[in-house]
Design a protein around this ligand. Sequence first.
Ligand code: ZN
Length: 473
Amino acid sequence: MRTSLHRSLCALALFGLVACAGEERRPSVLLVSIDMLRADHVSAYGYERRTTPTLEALAADGVRFERHISSAPWTLPAHAALFTSLPDSVHGCVEGSGNALAPGVTTLAERFRDAGYRTAGFYAGPYLHEAFGLGQGFEEYAYCVPEAADLFTAEQVAAWAGDPAAHRRSHHGVTNPDVFKASSAWLEQHADEPFFLFVHLWDAHFDFVPPPSFAKRFADSAYDGWVDGREFFFDPRIRADMDARDLNQLLALYDGEIMWCDAHVKLLLERLDALGIAEDTVVVVTSDHGTEFFDHGQKGHRRTLYDEALRVPLIVRAPGLLPAGQAVQGVTRTVDVGPTLLELCGLDRVAGLEGQSLVAAAQGQPARLRPALSELLADQNQLLSVTTDRGRIVWNRATDAVAWFDLQADPDERSPRTDLEEGLGAELAQALAQEVQRLREAAERHPIQAVAPELPPGLEQALHASGYGGGGD
Ligand SMILES: [Zn+2]
């Protein structure tokens, strides 16, 4: 890739003004994770409320991945998968108590740093804390909450999940401006060098307390009820049978938070423009997981593997490298983001990644996308799902129950099915067996803290009946 900056320098070289060594500058990367962003609440993905005008514009200038499925329905494993391109049970950050990423694992930031990039990460959610190992490879990695240094030492964060008071405090704040401020200041210092900048926006995650103008944006102006966006997780009045007007207010506040995050993506893009590096920077916006608003009777996430918890946006703008306005329809995965960025930056000849680059698919070329494996191994859950273009199969490893959904006929996942002998059921059972086999092989290649599950007996019988012998690709 020949960036516009490089072209400009070479043009100057023609006039003997600067030396042009022929070494092309690699593009920089801005990777934005908007925590807890359901794709179906994003207007760039067709949501009726105009929550994300910036992401709409970004998608118009880049590529939108329509069915991007997270590796996990909660923060720590999904970000660890984003940073390592390893499945959750392979990288090992899967427990609710928060296992740290092993120091020996190579992260995306380390790959960029080792290639000569400047690297930095700015975040506001406690599970991103360096105590969990996600700071590996970042020259600067900062928790951008003013009081966080007092709230969270590494030891406190390690015990964070068991401390309701710390949990509450970490969810109440308005943090986007602090994350933007730190990111913007770092960008100004490093605009003339190739960089990998990770920005984590936390405000869309509950609690839902956007600034007033964003709080009012989608709310019913006549609403005079008790919902104020606070204590989403702990308030017992926020439950499945709550009044529809109260639930609508809650959703309006969540959508306001999404728009508040979108506004900060806009500020970041404007910084790139002002610094003259927008054409030389690959911009990625994604999320770690969605959340449930009683879609299947529950609230929050880290509970189930339905679409509301797993389907998130992935938008990539790469001027001169990827087309504008392209949409990729097939299923893509958290672990694919890293290989995609490395290929776009010419750093793709690296080993040890279990994801695959999406560049060919993004360029509209024929590409074989893989089904998405998602895992939920935290708390009392032992769930594993595989999502294909046509359906999703979920295996409860604690009970060995297997259920599947036809996502075309039943996109809201209302009608679980258990027949596995023929048709889509057999197809999904085979996809599950293949992905479990790949997971087993990945665990052998990366002996970190691997989990190598055994297939449930019922599924093995069904696979046998449908003619699947195992061991295939
Ligand atoms: Zn999260």
